[in-house]
Design a protein around this ligand. Structure first.
Ligand code: DX5
Ligand code: ZN
Length: 221
């Protein structure tokens, strides 16, 4: 099973974002996790498609996984696809027509994902399993970096894994929020294969040392 580490740039230094992405990828991260907050769906405001395009122009070639915490989502899906997104994930509560929004992502040849808040039911996974490449289980309430991992997320990951297995689907489980060296093994054991980490990487001095430690914890788990 391939495990992917997706570095959440929400905790990076925005003044030198291109270099931060370059450094974290060189240090061994597989993907860039790009958190889009609109001060409406969540009480925080971050970055948009212009910044995604700027990272592509700077030379970032790795997958950029765009996590939309916005309402609505359709116009941003188009804008981010054009700006170089590889994966686009949105929250099902934030659109009137989930099937349409997922189709829009696929129309632009991006991978499609649904994000589940801690209180969001997994029935959306059931209903949209044929359109999904991955799901993003939020292990914190979305809006801010550096929050503590909610322990109940482990059972939710297991449940999602069973549902995907029952349906014989190839949908990857990503987990976002509070991922640290001391819990990544449990999250992997529960069934996740994509790990989003922000503060645990960018708030350390040596990204390579941190990412190597994450890989070691995954192997040991
Ligand atoms: C939270 C964001 C996360 C956040 C994770 O709403 O979606 O991607 O950056 O940050 P850490 O890893 O610090 O919990
Ligand atoms: Zn995120």
């Amino acid at each position: 099973m391939t495990c992917l580490l997706s570095a959440s740039i929400l905790s990076a230094n925005f003044a030198t974002l291109g270099k931060e992405c370059e450094d974290v990828l060189k240090a061994g991260a597989d993907r860039i996790h790009f958190d889009v907050m609109d001060n409406h769906y969540v009480p925080n405001l971050t970055i948009g498609p212009l910044v995604c395009q700027a990272l592509r122009n700077y030379g970032i070639k790795a997958e950029i996984d765009v996590h939309l915490m916005t309402q609505p989502v359709d116009r941003l899906i188009e804008d981010f696809a054009k700006a170089g997104a590889s994966v686009i994930t949105f929250h099902p509560e934030a659109t009137d027509n989930i099937t349409h929004s997922l189709s829009l992502i696929k129309k632009h040849h991006c991978k499609a994902g649904l994000a589940f808040n801690p209180t969001t039911s997994l029935h959306y996974l059931d209903n949209h399993k044929d359109q999904l490449d991955e799901i993003l289980i939020m292990s914190v309430n979305p809006g801010f970096a550096g929050q503590a991992f909610i322990p109940e997320s482990i059972d939710k990951i297991k449940l999602a894994k069973n549902m995907i297995h029952e349906h014989k689907k190839n949908i990857a489980i990503a987990v976002d929020g509070g991922i640290k060296l001391d819990n990544i093994d449990k999250v992997a054991k529960a069934g996740a294969t994509i790990f989003v980490a922000g503060s645990a990487i960018f708030k350390t001095k040596n990204y390579k040392t941190t990412i190597n430690a994450f890989r070691k914890a995954l192997l040991a788990g």
